[in-house]
Design a protein around this ligand. Structure first.
Ligand SMILES: CC(C)(COP(=O)(O)OP(=O)(O)OC[C@H]1O[C@@H](n2cnc3c(N)ncnc32)[C@H](O)[C@@H]1OP(=O)(O)O)[C@@H](O)C(=O)NCCC(=O)NCCS
Length: 284
């Protein structure tokens, strides 16, 4: 059964698999325990927002992710030269190097699991790109320290992890975010959305309107992750405003001063119970 969950990149990594039991434990823990982000001490406000979002506290209606189909979705989000991989959260600290293991030594099991899955996927992709690295540590801002010449982004939520990497000579940055496609709790819109976005939300009703708030949130996270590693500037949710083309599965985001552009386009897909958002900053 587990073999069905393997993405090609994970299979290629040839790392021994965790058992189904651990995978189950991870899901259970992840759903009810926001403390998995206890090592994100500087992000208390974000944790609060995530609790409001209901990202990890609401039961999911969707089935366990099928890695092959989420990888297909991921592929749609990026230019061909960007390498992508996804997997359920099936890896653990045994799959980490001692240096990586130390980064999550005090974290709860679900956090270690999402971190490990990201590292395993990333290492597989780096090998594919010809930039193999012994370990993928992180800097004091919690940004992964990609090998020289590589840009990348990691995202994980309840039971899915996704990674995208590219050649720094061609790309200035990539940003990726994955979220369960679920309604948010009250109060999130006020924090995440601006007036233009609320007008777009008003075109929908009830649960669909609430899911759209989650989509705006996901897009802004992807945008942030595409720029932060280079700019090292914090952007709040109101600093970035989006226009979303649902049918075209695209968005445009206005940016604050700082980067080389004041606007960026990206892609967003919402299928199979997931929202996946992506930004590619191609060098001109
Ligand atoms: C950085 C941030 C966007 C991560 O998003 P998240 O939804 O909480 O978590 P995800 O699973 O999608 O991403 C986490 C991964 O992002 C990467 N990451 C962490 N901080 C990062 C940063 N500042 N920039 C880029 N990538 C970052 C890491 O690889 C991390 O996984 P790892 O610790 O296992 O390696 C979020 O924690 C944050 O700080 N947000 C505040 C700012 C913001 O979102 N502004 C939006 C307006 S533009």
């Amino acid at each position: 059964m587990l073999a069905l969950l393997l993405s090609p990149a994970v299979a290629a990594a040839q790392v021994p698999y965790r058992t189904v039991v651990i995978f189950g434990d991870t899901q259970t823990t992840a759903k009810g325990d926001p403390n998995q982000y206890a090592d994100f001490t500087s992000q208390i406000r974000l944790i609060h927002l995530r609790v409001q979002l209901g990202v990890r506290l609401m039961p999911r209606n969707t089935a366990t992710p099928n890695a092959a189909s989420t990888s297909t979705l991921l592929r749609k989000l990026f230019d061909e030269e960007i390498l992508v991989a996804s997997s359920p959260l099936v890896f653990g600290e045994d799959d980490l190097t001692p240096g990586e293991r130390q980064l999550v030594a005090k974290a709860v099991v679900s956090r270690r699991c999402e971190f490990s899955t990201g590292r395993v996927l990333a290492r597989g992709l780096l090998r594919e790109l010809g930039s193999e690295t012994a370990e993928l540590l992180r800097d004091s801002d919690r940004v992964p320290i990609w090998p020289e010449g590589v840009v990348g982004s990691i995202s994980h939520c309840d039971d899915l992890c996704a990674v995208a990497i590219g050649d720094r000579a061609r790309f200035r940055g990539v940003g990726l975010d994955v979220e369960p496609d679920e309604p948010v709790k009250e109060g999130v819109e006020r924090v995440v959305c601006g007036p233009g976005e609320s007008a777009w939300l008003d075109l929908a009703k009830g649960e669909e309107r609430s899911r759209r708030i989650k989509m705006v949130f996901s897009i802004k996270e992807a945008v942030y992750k595409a720029f932060y590693p280079e700019l090292r500037a914090f952007w709040g949710f109101q600093d970035v405003q989006t226009e979303i083309d649902l049918e075209g599965e695209r968005f445009r985001a206005s940016l604050p001063e700082g980067p080389e552009v004041r606007e960026i386009e990206g892609r967003v897909v919402r299928r199979q119970g997931w929202i996946l958002s992506a930004v590619t900053r191609r060098r001109t």
